[in-house]
Design a protein around this ligand. Structure first.
Ligand code: ZN
Length: 320
């Protein structure tokens, strides 16, 4: 199977479909991942709308409509897609640049609550390298956002790294940190199978509000009184923080291109992840676009010479 070289864009070898239910709506939904041309990025195509039309929604931070319990993109007056983060994490985790996500409902299927089913679907068809160069968003200076005791940052870093810490006042979770340089192999092995989790006491409040209606032990780790209710237990001893890191990979993928930088968060979530991207793109001096080959050359010259070459900016094509 073609693996990413780091310098060229990728897409899927063929279309592949999945069906499941939305975790909030509880309604059935089908998704087909289609190969797409270079520089398409990840674009959702909402079909089966009430008025019969279709609407394209770019998987981009500028499309974000809500971040309360999941990440929602689209224009609420036309069409939206909710809970995109686990699919986005799978696509970014495997470094797939160009895909059309055709979806016939308002929420991405939750599957088992992780990215595993999306990875399996992608593996069924395989990944192909395209002729166009990949461009990266290189973080040039630290950006930080805060909310209460939580915060999130993007910092300059020679590579792509995630450091995510959570802290919950129960013995089952406590304080957990996941930190790793992110590669497709690391994403597959260390993050992709980590499931979403929730507290039964919260669920009892959310279901009457029309949320979490599809939530079950099939697609979430349920916690009651410091105990996991799922008979199979946890997939990783620190599955909770790994899922939060998976969410961060998916949310930060809304940057529109892979990030060269370090993402860090403490007690973060979808809103702080999104606000980090807003803050990054609000400051034109905080980032630049670099060619994949330049990024690679630069990191090897840094390693050999300890020098830091200036990366060229793609002025006219800057995405913000
Ligand atoms: Zn999640």
């Amino acid at each position: 199977m073609a693996r990413t070289s780091g310098t060229l864009q990728t897409t899927l070898r063929a279309p592949v479909s999945l069906t499941g239910i939305g975790v909030h709506s509880g309604l059935p939904v089908s998704v087909t991942l289609h190969p797409a041309d270079p520089n398409t990025g990840i674009t959702f195509l909402r079909t089966e709308l009430a008025h019969g039309g279709e609407v394209e929604i770019a998987a981009d931070w500028r499309s974000v409509a809500a971040t309360e319990l999941c990440t929602v993109i689209g224009d609420p007056s036309k069409a939206t897609v909710a809970t995109i983060e686990h699919l986005m994490a799978a696509l970014r985790g495997l470094m797939i640049d160009n895909v059309i996500v055709e979806i016939d409902g308002a929420e991405t299927p939750v599957m088992d609550g992780s990215s595993a089913a999306f990875i399996d679907a992608i593996d069924q068809v395989g990944i192909v390298t395209q002729s166009a160069r990949r461009r990266y968003i290189k973080v040039l200076k630290p950006i930080r956002v805060e909310a209460g005791s939580g915060w999130a940052e993007l910092r300059p870093y020679d590579g792509t790294r995630f450091e995510v810490t959570i802290e919950f006042p129960i013995d089952l979770i406590g304080k957990q940190t996941f930190a790793a340089d992110m590669t497709p192999a690391v994403f597959r092995k260390d993050l992709s199978r980590a499931r979403t989790f929730g507290f039964v006491k919260d669920l009892e409040k959310l279901i009457p509000l029309g949320l979490c209606r599809g939530s079950s032990l099939e697609n979430s780790v349920a916690i009651r009184d410091d105990r996991v209710l799922n008979p199979e237990g946890l997939r990783y001893v620190d599955e909770f923080v790994r899922h939060k890191a998976l969410d961060a990979v998916g949310d930060i993928a809304l940057s529109g291109a892979p990030i060269l930088g370090l993402f860090r968060s403490y007690r973060g979530g979808h809103r702080l992840n999104f606000q980090t991207l807003q803050a990054l793109f609000a400051d034109e001096t905080a980032w630049t676009l670099v060619d994949g080959a330049v990024a690679r050359r630069e990191s090897s010259s840094n390693a050999e010479l300890g020098s830091s070459m200036a990366a060229p900016a793609f002025g006219p094509n800057r995405a913000a």
